[in-house]
Design a protein around this ligand. Structure first.
Ligand code: GAR
Length: 215
């Protein structure tokens, strides 16, 4: 059983998906701690409801990014954390922190990386006119929304989509792939090879092919 800490900044629907997955006894990870950099957010309520210890480490209370990250590091060690899941955690982690947890931090991002890093992903996907967007779970590098990709899911963009409908469709997929990715990593089936992730014993025949031509 792998001890996971989930870092959040807000609503925590991805946290909820991970909580629900961990409720299954056969799931290879358990959430040992939820940390939010913002007090009073819905994600903290979700964790408390599930009986998971929570901590608020408010970045506004620290003079520098390094000091904030040191505090995070300390809390993670205290809780026996082995893997970190960023789930809507909207703070950039400094290089020292990321290197301390090399290949132990997972992030979910609402685009098909390396496209549309950063904020306002759905607006930018619509503006770019791409036919597909989606979401990505990846290991975290020191650069923003960057690092070896574990799983992606694609979502078709329809002419009547706006940023809100698209975000909702993408979020539904996020809730599917984040637990899948965490399972693979917790089972020790992922190996980082440069910028790629090799997944052991994966049945690629079950991968779905999406027809890009509308009927
Ligand atoms: C999710 O869409 C997640 O992919 C995104 O924030 C949202 C958090 O929602 N993360 C990023 O943009 C990271 N760069 P949630 O709090 O309901 O899980």
């Amino acid at each position: 059983m792998v001890n996971v800490a989930v870092l959040i900044s807000g609503g925590g629907t991805n946290l909820q998906a991970l909580i629900d997955a961990c409720a299954d006894k056969s799931f290879p990870a358990r959430i040992a701690l939820v940390i939010s950099n913002n007090p009073g957010v819905k994600g903290l309520e979700r964790a408390e409801k599930a009986g998971i210890p929570t901590k608020v480490i408010n970045h506004r209370d620290y003079k520098s990014r390094e000091e904030f990250d040191d505090k995070l590091h300390e809390a993670l060690l205290e809780s026996g954390t082995e893997l970190i899941c960023l789930a809507g955690f909207m703070r950039i982690l400094d290089t020292r922190f990321v290197n301390r947890w090399k290949n132990k931090i997972l992030n979910i991002h609402p685009s098909l990386l390396p496209s549309f890093k950063g904020l306002h992903t759905q607006e930018r996907a619509l503006e770019a006119g791409v036919r597909f967007t989606g979401c990505t779970v990846h290991f975290v590098n020191p650069e923003l929304d960057d690092g070896p990709i574990i799983i992606q899911a694609a979502v078709a963009i329809n002419p009547d989509d706006d940023a809100d409908t698209l975000a909702a469709k993408v979020l539904t997929q996020e809730h599917i792939i984040y637990p899948q990715a965490l399972r693979l990593v917790a089972e020790g089936r992922t190996q980082v090879d440069g910028s790629r992730v090799i997944i052991r014993d994966a049945n690629y025949a079950t991968q779905k092919i999406i027809n890009p031509i509308p009927e």
